[in-house]
Each structure stands twice: as structure tokens, then as C-alpha cells.
Design a protein around this ligand. Structure first.
Ligand SMILES: Cc1cc2nc3c(=O)[nH]c(=O)nc-3n(C[C@H](O)[C@H](O)[C@H](O)COP(=O)(O)OP(=O)(O)OC[C@H]3O[C@@H](n4cnc5c(N)ncnc54)[C@H](O)[C@@H]3O)c2cc1C
Length: 495
């Protein structure tokens, strides 16, 4: 093959060349760039938005660093077995072996970097759970996304300041270029409305994130609608389509990390709502409780509401409603989380929830009947549900879903007018699916064979399936970013 000819192109004159091209400048792209550079490769990053950061910089910023490899393997395997998701044992082992080094790797990026542990397993009853250890990075970041800013600022420092790796922003990657042998040898991107071609002498690494912002792809792979996204609007599944075009096999397309939250006018993204205190209950469209509200793991919101009723032909729990009373409203913010994600960084939730009531994000009714009417729920059913709940509180026993109620905890009664409802939808934190990769971070084709010179990392084709351990995605960016960068850089240049 000549220097300027590629099989899926006519005759290509390369506008630019480098050793390793990385598409997507979030956490995985940054880590891959650092490692590829340190392995001796010349690296170029392409980013579609004006500054990058992706979901990584608007997340909470937690990353896993397990305490024990074998226990981590047992726990993560257990999550796959419980959900019957497609599992790759070797990938889980590699993740466990490498993620125990995450703190060392992150703190090694810049002298004086400090991190601290803030939590553990999302599913503490699963064997091996005690090995899960989640960390956040210190720094000057502000607000709910402060730790994520700290982490991405570290990555940015290591990429741009320390290593001076070029980042072409507002330059979306459009297509992969392959040669006659099916090797990925470059990339077509778009800059200022024009196509540019970039020759990748060693490898291309896809780190374009997930498909949270592509509703069509979501409808084809995920169950439970309407569904909204908390995340970065730039994550439109581009990397999935590019990889598919060169033959990639997909996996984990039905795996999502998904909270419950609200969607309000004026914001492209949704707000995640973490109804942290135990005083509210959830009711479905019929005004009935359907779950132990406090046992829904933060990332498993969709699994709690994606039931489709084959008789009434609807999703009866989408939306569902968190119901509470004036006493709860007065106790402080009803949510611990509305400050994460793309919309959250633009709105600070009021301490007494009054701004959100004023805006209509929280519905108010002077009586339960008027509240029910405002949310189009049968008033009789809602009153019956609240009355039963209050009886259970008095009894100290949730007779429907076994939720823990302290025997003398009258504060859990819903009885003081006015009453409130928050309309909740599944709100995607991120998708997991995409091109399948192996332990070397090579993208695999539909038959499981590596596509030559094509690598990936991060939430694009994540190793996580239907049940997700919190802080596992950024940990995966760090682990497979490192592996992809190192292996991509070690490919022999193709001429
Ligand atoms: C609200 C919220 C909270 C979260 N909290 C946590 C947490 O605490 N811990 C955790 O582990 N995970 C968390 N996650 C998930 C985690 O943030 C992501 O899974 C992870 O950061 C993904 O990193 P990434 O590098 O794969 O993708 P991203 O960080 O999303 O980066 C992808 C980048 O690719 C760019 N891109 C897309 N298409 C193209 C293209 N065609 N060409 C060039 N560039 C392109 C995008 O603009 C983006 O900058 C959270 C997510 C959200 C939304």
C-alpha cells in the first residue's frame, strides 16, 4: 500500500501524520495520551467540543482502587452473574490487577497530589464487596463536580502542560481509514467545516465515550422510556458507529448506569435527584408504591422502573413520583445530588427547595387530592397509599416492601400539608455499551478477532454490564486508557 492510499478511501493525501491518533478528550483519552506519549509515541488528540473533559469533568469524579485483587475479581464477577450480563473473565481479572494501582498512578501525575477514600461497594452483600474502595482527588474544584474537576485538571496538566501533547478541539473524528488488509491506518476528522485526514503510523485509539445523547441508539438498545441524560451532550455514539463501520462487534449495549431524576424546560440535560433522606415514598402512575425506595442503588434507577405492563401497554413507573410533605420540605434540600452532570453545574438547588417549587419542578398541592390531580394520578389511590404508609410507619413495619422503619419514627409519616411531588424519570449517568475490547484494549470484530491497530478505552464499549459498581467507569478509563496507550504506541509503524 502506498503512503497515501487506503482501501475505504479513493486516493488519500494525508493532511497530517502522527504515531497515535486519539479520538475523544475525556478521562480515557487523556490517560491513553499520557501513556502513549510516555512509551515514546507522537500523539494527537481530536476532540469534538471546544475544550473536552466529556462526562469525566461533570461527574462526581470517584475512581475505584480495590484493596485486593482476588476479592475484587469475586465481587465484580458476582455482579455479572447476578445480572446474567455478558462477562469476560479475563477482562475482569486484568481490570482488578490494574485498578489496584490506580491511586499510585493518579498521585504520580503531579507532585503533591492527594486523594482520599470516600466509599465502597454499591452492593455490600455480594461476596468480595469489602475490597471495593472509591477515591476522589483533592484540588481547587468547586461544587458537586469539584472532585471531577480536580481529576480532569490533573489529566489536563499531565497532557497539555507537562507533555505538550497537541489537542485539536472542535475537531470531531468522522471515520476510520483502513488499508487493504483491514488495518486502521488513520482517521478522517472535520475541522472548520472541512474534512482533514490524519495518518496514524502506529494506532488509533477511540475514547469518544458513550451514546447517552443519541436517542435513536438508546431506543434500539435500552428498555424504559422516556429516558433522559445527565451527561455530556457531546457523547453521541460516534465511536460506536465508526468502529461498526470497520467491523467491530458490540457488547453491553443494554448496560447503563442510570439514576432517577427530573427533566425541566431550559436545560438540555436532566438533573439527577438523589432523594437521600428516607421520608419520601415513590408511587407509580396509578398512585401505588412499587419498591423499597431506599434500597435502589444510585446507578440502578432504571432497573427499578423499566417494567413494561403488557396489559395496559405502558411503562407504569415512568414517570414515577416522589411524594413528601411540608415537614420534609422544610428539613433542607430534598436531593443530595442536583449539581452533578451537565445541567446540574448550571443550577444550584435552593436550600429550602422554594426556588424549585416556584419553577414548578416540584409540584405542590394544599391537599393530597389536589396534588394527585396536578400530577394526573388517581386521588383515591394516592390517598389510600399514603394512609397505608402512615399506618405502617405507626406499626414500625413496611408491610409491602420491607423497608426499614424505626418503630417510633413518626417523622416518616406523610401528613403535614402542603404536599409535594417530584416527577421522576430514568436519567442516564452513562451508557456502557460499544465495541468490545480485549485485555490488550484492542477492539474486536464481530467474530472476536482484533481489528488491527484499533484500540479503545473508557465507557465506549465498557467492561461493565447491567449491574454497575460506582466509580468503576473512571477506574476503567484509567486502567484501559493506560493499556491502550501503551499497546497502541508499541505497534510497529506501518511504513
Ligand atoms: C453526573 C455523572 C456522574 C458520574 N460520576 C461518576 C463517578 O463518580 N465515578 C465514575 O467512575 N464514573 C462516573 N460517571 C461516569 C463517568 O464520568 C464516565 O463513564 C467516564 O468519565 C467516561 O470517560 P470517557 O473518557 O470514556 O468519556 P468522556 O469523559 O465522556 O469523554 C468522551 C469525549 O469524547 C468526545 N467525543 C465524542 N465524539 C467525538 C468525536 N466524534 N470526535 C472527537 N471527540 C468526540 C466528547 O466530546 C467527550 O469529550 C458519572 C457520569 C455522570 C454524567
Amino acid at each position: 500500500m502506498g503512503d497515501n492510499v487506503a482501501a475505504n478511501e479513493e486516493v488519500l493525501i494525508w493532511d497530517r501524520e502522527t504515531d497515535v491518533v486519539i479520538a475523544g478528550y475525556g478521562g480515557a483519552g487523556a490517560v491513553a495520551a499520557i501513556e502513549a506519549h510516555d512509551a515514546g509515541a507522537e500523539v494527537l488528540i481530536l476532540e469534538s467540543t471546544d475544550k473536552g473533559g466529556g462526562n469525566t469533568i461533570i461527574s462526581f469524579g470517584g475512581f475505584l482502587c480495590p484493596t485486593n485483587v482476588e476479592e475484587a475479581v469475586t465481587y465484580i464477577s458476582g455482579l455479572f452473574d447476578l445480572s446474567l450480563s455478558a462477562k469476560d473473565d479475563s477482562l475482569i481479572r486484568i481490570f482488578a490487577e490494574e485498578s489496584v494501582k490506580n491511586v499510585e498512578w493518579v498521585t504520580g501525575l503531579k507532585e503533591g497530589t492527594k486523594v482520599h477514600s470516600y466509599g465502597g461497594a454499591g452492593f455490600p452483600t455480594v461476596e468480595g464487596a469489602e475490597s471495593m474502595n472509591k477515591y476522589i482527588a483533592h484540588g481547587d474544584g468547586k461544587g458537586m463536580t469539584g472532585f471531577a474537576q480536580n481529576l480532569f485538571n490533573l489529566f489536563r496538566y499531565a497532557v497539555e502542560d507537562q507533555r505538550e501533547i497537541p489537542v485539536l478541539t472542535r475537531t470531531p473524528a468522522r471515520r476510520l481509514v483502513t488499508n487493504h488488509s483491514g488495518e486502521v491506518v488513520g482517521m478522517i476528522a472535520e475541522a472548520e467545516g472541512k474534512e482533514i485526514s490524519i495518518k496514524a503510523k502506529r494506532a488509533v485509539i477511540l475514547t469518544t465515550g458513550g451514546y447517552e445523547a443519541d436517542i435513536g441508539m438508546l431506543q434500539n438498545h435500552v428498555k424504559g422510556f422516556p429516558i433522559h441524560s445527565l451527561g455530556h451532550p457531546g457523547n453521541t455514539g460516534d465511536g460506536i458507529r465508526m468502529a461498526q463501520k470497520v467491523g467491530a462487534g458490540l457488547w453491553h449495549m443494554n448496560g447503563v448506569s442510570c439514576a432517577l431524576g427530573i427533566k425541566v424546560p431550559g436545560f438540555e440535560s436532566a438533573f439527577g435527584i438523589l432523594m437521600g433522606r428516607p421520608e419520601h415514598i415513590f408511587v407509580d402512575k396509578g398512585g401505588k408504591r412499587f419498591v423499597n425506595e431506599v434500597e435502589i442503588e444510585n446507578h440502578a434507577g432504571l432497573l427499578a422502573v423499566d417494567f413494561y405492563d403488557a396489559q395496559s401497554l405502558e411503562y407504569p413507573r415512568i414517570p414515577c413520583y416522589a411524594i413528601f410533605d411540608e415537614e420534609v420540605r422544610n428539613r433542607g434540600r430534598i436531593t443530595k445530588m442536583a449539581g452533578l452532570g451537565a445541567a446540574g453545574v448550571e443550577h444550584e438547588w435552593s436550600k429550602d427547595n422554594s426556588v424549585e417549587i416556584e419553577k414548578g419542578w416540584i409540584k405542590k398541592g394544599e391537599t393530597l387530592k389536589s396534588l394527585a390531580e396536578s400530577i394526573h394520578v388517581d386521588p383515591v389511590a394516592l390517598e389510600r397509599t399514603i394512609s397505608k404508609w402512615n399506618q405502617d410507619v405507626d406499626r414500625g413495619e413496611d408491610t409491602d416492601f420491607g423497608r426499614e422503619i424505626a418503630a417510633d419514627d413518626g417523622s416518616m409519616r406523610i401528613e403535614t400539608a402542603p404536599f409535594y411531588a417530584v416527577e421522576l424519570y430514568p436519567c442516564l449517568i452513562n451508557t456502557q455499551g460499544g465495541p468490545r475490547r480485549n485485555g490488550k484494549a484492542q477492539v474486536l470484530d464481530a467474530f472476536g478477532d482484533p481489528i488491527p491497530r484499533l484500540y479503545s478505552a473508557g465507557e465506549l464499549g465498557s467492561m461493565w454490564g447491567q449491574i454497575y459498581q460506582g466509580s468503576g467507569n473512571i477506574a476503567e478509563c484509567i486502567v484501559f486508557g493506560r493499556i491502550a496507550g501503551k499497546n497502541g504506541a508499541s505497534e510497529e509503524p506501518w511504513n
